[in-house]
Design a binder for this molecule. Structure first.
Ligand SMILES: Nc1nc2c(c(=O)[nH]1)N[C@H]1C(S)=C(S)[C@@H](COP(=O)(O)O)O[C@H]1N2
Ligand SMILES: [Mo]
Length: 366
């Protein structure tokens, strides 16, 4: 039986296809109200799993560090836990977050805005381990392989992503075995995953089984074909790397069940949200409440310890009755800003165009 290479296409009216719905029910987002917590509570962190969640026996799990290294290593879970413990709080976002808001949208996981979460990860430092393995001089990249396998883009593959030698050695990347103080749950990569703060989710390889030094840039599907910014399907494009800045508000008031339209009472209303960037710390967030050109500075909570962890912002809004469109936008220390509308690309990556929340303010005195 031939393997179907393409998912069912969207219907002519652009509605979500059955294949997209199947992906969306497997890979859930973080409800935006969960941004009220500094660390995303367990089970509310978004999920993205290309193939199936593998079942891994922790007693038989091994990490093989090999390829262009002087001292190949085989490490078991106890061995990894005996290494110095390091922790990092990381805001992780899927590169496809916002994909379904592009028009036309790429046919893949149809994220709106909720493919993000923040967790405290604990494990062993990647740079220490690579130091011990001794990278050969001609090792240009490290390839990280997960235990999960599947068929994608016409190719049977293990999930793999690469990092350049400089990124791998110079970053605060962690081989994490704990998430928020507990062993990783199966869906987040048990027993061990890579966490690379500041990078889009795809680089944070789950169910990690091998780290391989390579002397040529990785040509695997997830590095060379997927996760590239392309204006046109035929061009090679540029790699998707770090997270571009984004701010999101917790939708205020209460929702209408089906449309998610918001209903807010008159009187002071605290608008709050989070902003993050994988490049530099967040420096400013602005809020607009009237759909026009007037932007107001939001108050920023103290900067988080890690430069790429989301930063809380708030703004007190005192509306009278009526219909409103709320927006927020942010800037990081490198001067990267959030565009009103992001540039379209074939894969639907990095859509950090501003969020719009439609609100009806009703008189609560009546
Ligand atoms: N082995 C493996 N690692 C993976 C994936 C995967 O499918 N397999 N998905 C990647 C993608 S695209 C994202 S966005 C993040 C999601 O991590 P989370 O599910 O823990 O939020 O994991 C990344 N690591
Ligand atoms: Mo992703």
């Amino acid at each position: 039986m031939p393997i179907p290479a393409a998912p069912s296409q969207p219907s002519a009216d652009g509605s979500i296809s059955r294949s997209e719905l199947a992906l969306a029910t497997r890979n859930h987002g973080m409800p935006l109200e969960a941004m009220r917590w500094d660390l995303t509570p367990p089970g509310l962190h978004y999920l993205l799993i290309h193939y199936d969640v593998p079942l891994i026996d922790p007693g038989r799990w091994r990490l093989e560090v090999g390829g262009a290294v002087r001292n190949p290593l085989t490490i078991d879970l106890d061995g990894l836990r005996e290494r110095p413990r390091v922790g990092v709080t990381s805001t992780m976002e899927c590169a496809g977050n916002g994909r379904a808001l592009f028009s036309p949208r790429a046919i893949s996981q149809p994220w709106l805005l909720e493919a993000v979460g923040t967790a405290a990860w604990t494990g062993a430092a990647l740079s220490d381990l690579l130091e011990e393995a001794g990278l050969e001089d001609d090792a240009v990249e490290l390839v990280f392989t997960g235990a999960d396998r599947g068929f994608e883009g016409g190719i049977m593959q293990s999930y793999q992503r690469a990092l350049t030698r400089t990124e791998a050695m110079g970053s605060d990347a962690v081989l994490a075995y704990e998430m928020n103080g507990s062993p990783l749950p199966p869906q987040h990569g048990y027993p061990v995953r890579l966490v690379v703060p500041g990078w889009y989710g795809m680089t944070n390889v789950k169910w990690l089984t091998a780290i391989t030094g390579v002397t040529e840039p990785h040509r695997g599907y997830q590095s060379a074909t997927a996760y590239r910014m392309r204006a046109h399907p035929d061009e090679p494009g540029t790699p998707v790397t770090r997270i571009v800045p984004r701010s999101l508000m917790v939708p205020p008031g209460v929702p209408d069940f089906f449309s998610r339209h918001r209903i807010v009472g008159t009187g002071p209303c605290l608008l709050e949200g989070r902003a993050w960037s994988g490049w530099e710390p967040i420096e400013a967030v602005e809020v607009s409440v009237d759909g026009g050109d007037a932007w107001h500075d939001a108050d920023l909570d103290p900067a988080p310890i890690h430069p790429h962890t989301w930063r809380r912002f708030s703004f007190t809004w005192s509306p009278s009755t009526g219909d409103y469109e709320l927006r927020s936008r942010c800037r990081d220390a490198a001067g990267h800003t959030q565009p009103d509308v992001a540039e379209w690309n074939v894969g639907g990556y990095g859509n950090n165009g501003v969020q719009r929340i439609m609100v009806t303010v009703v008189d609560t005195e009546r």
